[in-house]
Design a protein around this ligand. Sequence first.
Ligand SMILES: [Zn+2]
Length: 178
Amino acid sequence: MAQKSILNESREITRAVTLIDLGARLQVLESETTLSYERLLRLYKEVAGRSPSKGQLPFSTDWFLTWQENIHSSLFLNIYEYLSKSSAGDDIDMMIKAYRLYSEQVQATEVEPLLSFTRGWRLVKFVDAHMLTMTTCSKCGGHFVTEPYENARHYVCGLCNPPARAGKGKAAGGLRLH
Ligand SMILES: [Zn+2]
């Protein structure tokens, strides 16, 4: 546990404000800072101008495996893993950086970011818990979010093999993962 100091506390508040700005749910703030629930609630209302949404966090891995969602999730996770390997820092700060880069990249291709910050955070937790992993596409060589037991020799990603209903182009929005 980090020593309680004014400096630490101000760092935690800054981090919490950044997370609120990115749209993170209150549960994320509780998990990633040592600030009390009451303080986080006050901070949330002040920064977001409204009360935080209630209810459970999504806890299923299915969302990340759906076609278009999978492409977005994979893009975010590629950026996150790259940052984690190439620079030092707390995981949460890497997630913040990765999420900003992800949003910039999808907006540059005129696609709406499908992945919320909370989803991205959840994705990293699922990977840490070995409930999801990344598998290399046997056709394009890109790395994609998959179930841990995916057979890499036969795996073909959603960009190389889009579902028939999707049509070519638009929906994938020119996103590339390699
Ligand atoms: Zn592919």
